[in-house]
Design a protein around this ligand. Structure first.
Ligand code: OSB
Ligand code: MG
Length: 368
């Protein structure tokens, strides 16, 4: 196909509850949406980046800038464009994986829509619904945390992930275990600890957690390997896994026994699929992470989470866990599961009224 236009649109969608992690508090999901228009179809991608470079070096304005100046013009020049051509066309540029992913996803969506193929089918999905967990932010008190967790368990979520940081770790985990018994429970530190904390983190072994996600710095694979040798709780990596090779390295070093796959973090669904395959070859289970995506990003994540190697519930929660009004038809939890979209491409598109309501800016990118 041939690109005829690319629109970048920024939306700001309010979250139903503030989401606090070790790196900050979010009250609004700011998302950059990429819409590609080709001679055959239109496609959508949602960039995982947030307002500020706190989870990763990327942020909304930087993503819009690099797409406008470099990434879109580079793919616009590809004669017979499909999603597999996007990464090679961008190979000369460094970094900006979330921006690349959004563009590749939009191209993939357009390509699959033109051919009538659902993304789940293109990726190799084996399920029509996926089991869902929920990521619970840091709260102002333990009673507030117990209320939040209780509400999510009542809603049917199949596992709980608690955000932790120094000063908010052993006690909240203990309180949740005491109140809710042996519910599937895991924790995520978003790099908040250092190698000086290894013995402290080993105290988490008392609680039968499914896993401890990304306790140490992004580039500290050796530290994670040392921690893994000390703990019985499996280590899961999120921020450190930026590619299939990074996943292979982490596994070879013994730095993790589980991998969180976020398509944005790794440059798109095609690389996400390769990470799934590398992990499967090593019998390392994976699960689908999230970046508080709107329905546009969530739809594609559900397609990925339906692959066979996804062996834990993901952070693919229902629309109402995040938003009073989502950008798409809301995803609703049924018995702890969300449906994998069945339509062509990502299977959803933004609802015009919601898109209008939440848009803060939209521009057409010159095709170079
Ligand atoms: O580390 O998994 C993370 C949200 C924003 C940035 C990083 C993370 C998260 C989450 C929530 O944990 C995932 C979600 O529900 O989308
Ligand atoms: Mg994480």
């Amino acid at each position: 196909m041939k690109l005829t236009g690319v629109e970048l649109r920024t939306v700001r969608v309010p979250l139903v509850t503030p989401f606090r992690t070790s790196f900050g508090t979010e009250t609004v999901r700011e998302a950059l949406l990429v819409r590609v228009v080709s001679d055959e179809a239109e496609g959508w991608g949602e960039c995982g980046a947030d307002t500020a470079p706190l989870y990763s070096p990327e942020y909304t304005h930087a993503a819009a800038d690099v797409l406008t100046r470099f990434l879109v013009p580079a793919v616009a020049g590809v004669p017979e464009l499909d999603a597999h051509q996007v990464a090679p066309a961008l190979a000369g540029f460094k970094g900006h994986r979330m921006a690349r992913a959004a563009l590749e996803t939009a191209v993939l969506d357009a390509d699959l829509r033109a051919r009538g193929v659902p993304l789940a089918h293109a990726l190799g999905a084996v399920r029509s619904t996926v089991p869902c967990g929920v990521s619970v932010g840091i709260t102002e008190s333990i009673p507030a945390l117990l209320d939040a967790v209780g509400g999510y368990l009542d809603a049917g979520y199949l596992r709980i992930k608690l955000k932790i940081e120094p000063g908010w770790d052993v006690e909240p985990v203990r309180a949740v275990r005491e109140r809710f018994g042996d519910v599937p429970l895991q924790v995520d530190a978003n790099t908040a600890y250092s190698r000086a904390d290894l013995r402290h983190l080993a105290r988490l072994d008392d609680f039968g957690l499914l896993m401890l996600e990304q306790p140490l710095a992004v580039d500290d694979l050796l530290g994670h390997a040392r921690l893994a040798a000390l703990l019985t709780t499996p280590i899961c990596l999120d921020e450190s896994i930026t590619s299939a090779r990074a996943a292979a390295d982490a596994i070879a070093l013994g730095a993790c026994r589980v991998v969180n796959i976020k398509p944005g973090r790794v440059g798109g669904y095609l690389e996400a699929r390769r990470i799934h395959d590398v992990c499967a070859a090593h019998d390392v289970p994976v699960w689908c992470g999230g970046m508080l995506e709107t329905g546009v990003g969530r739809a594609a994540n559900l397609a990925l989470a339906a692959l066979p190697g996804f062996r834990f519930p993901g952070d693919t929660s229902a629309s109402e866990r995040y938003y009073a009004t989502d950008l798409t038809e809301p995803f609703r939890l049924v018995d702890g599961h969300l449906p994998v979209p069945t339509g062509p491409g990502i299977g959803v598109a933004p609802l015009p009224d919601a898109l209008e309501e939440f848009t803060t800016g939209a521009t057409w990118v010159p095709l170079g």
